[in-house]
Design a protein around this ligand. Structure first.
Ligand SMILES: NC(=O)C1=CN([C@@H]2O[C@H](COP(=O)(O)OP(=O)(O)OC[C@H]3O[C@@H](n4cnc5c(N)ncnc54)[C@H](OP(=O)(O)O)[C@@H]3O)[C@@H](O)[C@H]2O)C=CC1
Ligand SMILES: CC(=O)[C@](C)(O)C(=O)O
Length: 333
């Protein structure tokens, strides 16, 4: 089993007195910047001209600079912009100002693993990848807790790159929950797989298919919503806290029997598809498709998101959302 690093395994020392440039101030960016600063680390935010996030970063009390200026001021440069714009930012605003005293950091390994960014050998390159949405990274930190994270060391020119990565993980609260060391390859491939087949893509497919099956069979959309979305959180909360066995302890015997029989049929159908999707990721086919999609201006991305935005489940959700047990009762902003 992998070693898990906790608070006592990490020290902030490698970052004390240093400046971290957070490039981007979105889901992860705002959380890292606020948590780092609350942990006593100096933070500057790098945002592009006309950034919609600038107001929020200024309201957060951060110095907001052009990316190149932020990089020149920083000892650690953390890329928290969309993955698809990182190579251009690197070329234009980071690479010209690199020297052995600076470190590059990422929250996802995509651009390093797929060679969209190839750093010079003389700089440290590490990853601190929270295994959860950015807003939870901040909310959990504020509650004295943390979101677990993965760390990876791609280049250790200084000889103490891992100490820097653990210090960064500690500063954003991840060592409160636990940190596991991985590689850029393993994080990239497992993260892409998980978000496509189990988390976002997988669970949305299950919810939509279930909801549509019931509605098309003539049941009320509100009832279908409760069965296929609302209650999902409650069941997943049980799994999160007590495991699958714990969830099964709490549900009825009737539900358990349906789970282990009909669930088995679904499992057998989807596992071969999951293996195909993992293969596409490992061969770089997904990465190539996503890079080309962005070069073309995201036509498929925008069309499919708009299609889902108009889905009946969204309309019903708007009507029933206030009945949902909020994760934290906070507003996504
Ligand atoms: N979302 C998540 O929970 C997780 C994300 N990650 C990784 O974290 C990184 C950031 O993702 P995420 O937080 O979701 O990103 P978001 O889309 O939420 O935020 C992107 C931020 O980058 C800014 N930005 C866009 N273009 C530029 C630019 N050229 N220069 C500077 N800033 C720019 C945006 O500003 P504006 O809004 O004005 O465009 C915005 O503030 C990615 O590598 C992602 O894979 C890892 C784990 C989880
Ligand atoms: C939240 C998270 O880790 C994801 C789903 O992989 C992402 O947003 O990139």
């Amino acid at each position: 089993m992998a070693k898990i690093y906790y608070e006592e395994d990490a020290t902030l020392e490698p970052l004390i007195g240093k400046t971290v440039a957070i490039l981007g101030y979105g889901s992860q960016g705002h959380a890292h910047a606020l948590n780092l600063r609350d942990s006593g680390i100096r933070v500057v935010v790098g945002l592009h001209q006309g950034s919609k996030s600038k107001r929020k970063a200024l309201e957060g009390g951060f110095p907001v600079l052009e990316p190149a200026r932020a990089v020149q001021e920083a000892d650690v440069i953390m890329f928290l912009t969309p993955d698809t714009v990182q190579p251009q930012i690197y070329k234009e605003s980071v690479e010209p100002y690199l020297n052995p005293s600076k470190s590059l950091a990422f929250a996802h390994g995509f651009n390093i693993h797929f060679k969209q960014i190839v750093p010079p050998k003389e700089v440290d390159v590490f990853m601190v990848a929270p295994k959860g949405p950015g807003h939870l990274v901040r909310w959990m930190y504020e509650e004295g807790k943390g979101v677990p994270a993965l760390i990876a060391i791609y280049q250790d020119a200084s000889g103490y790159c891992k100490d820097k990565a653990l210090a960064y993980a500690k500063a954003i609260g991840a060592t409160r929950a636990g940190v596991i060391e991985t590689t850029f390859k393993e994080e990239t491939e497992t993260d892409l797989f998980g978000e496509q087949t189990v988390l976002c893509g997988g669970v949305t497919a299950l919810i939509k298919a279930g909801f549509e099956t019931l509605v098309e069979a003539g049941y009320q959309p509100e009832v279908a919503y409760f069965e296929c979305l609302h209650e999902l959180k409650l069941i997943v909360d049980l799994i999160y806290q007590y495991g699958i066995a714990g969830m099964r302890y709490s549900i009825s015997d009737t539900a358990k029997y349906g789970d282990v029989t009909r669930g088995e049929r679904i499992y057998k159908l989807i596992k071969p598809l999951m293996k195909d999707i993992l293969s596409e990721i490992q061969k770089g086919e997904f990465a190539k498709e996503w890079i080309l999609e962005n070069q073309a201006g995201r036509p498929v991305f925008n069309a499919l998101l708009e299609r889902d935005r108009r889905h009946l489940i969204e309309e019903v959700g708007e009507k029933l959302r206030e009945m949902m047990p909020w994760i934290t009762g906070k507003e996504l902003k």
